[in-house]
Design a protein around this ligand. Structure first.
Ligand code: FES
Length: 108
């Protein structure tokens, strides 16, 4: 773990906290419930591949959920059809945040 940066809004402290692990770094951000892991990553400068534009067809946004799988939306048909059926893997563009989670970005 090289560095840890926290982006927090003191007026919205009840928002889910998403911890991203990527490129030897850790970044913790607060996010609006219902946003996808991909949207949250990109909004906060966390590099996450998304070749199909977040439509669930390319698998480049696949990530590993280290903690908080229960705080993400259930797997949907796009994930299951593309073969993302086992924990801890999720498509970042399909997994919607409903609570705190820790996400490992897979680098290609
Ligand atoms: S961005 Fe293509 S599957 Fe998520």
């Amino acid at each position: 773990m090289r560095s840890q940066r926290v982006t927090r809004n003191p007026y919205t402290s009840n928002m889910p906290k998403i911890t991203f692990h990527y490129s030897g770094q850790v970044k913790i951000v607060e996010a609006e419930s219902g946003r996808t892991v991909l949207q949250i990553a990109l909004d906060n400068g966390v590099p996450m591949e998304h070749a199909c534009g977040g439509n669930g067809f390319c698998i480049t946004c696949m990530c590993r959920v280290k903690h908080g799988m229960e705080n993400l939306s259930p797997r949907n048909d796009r994930e299951e059809n593309i073969g993302i059926t086992d924990n801890p893997d999720r498509l970042g563009c399909q997994a919607r945040v409903q609570g705190d989670a820790t996400i490992e970005i897979i680098e290609y």
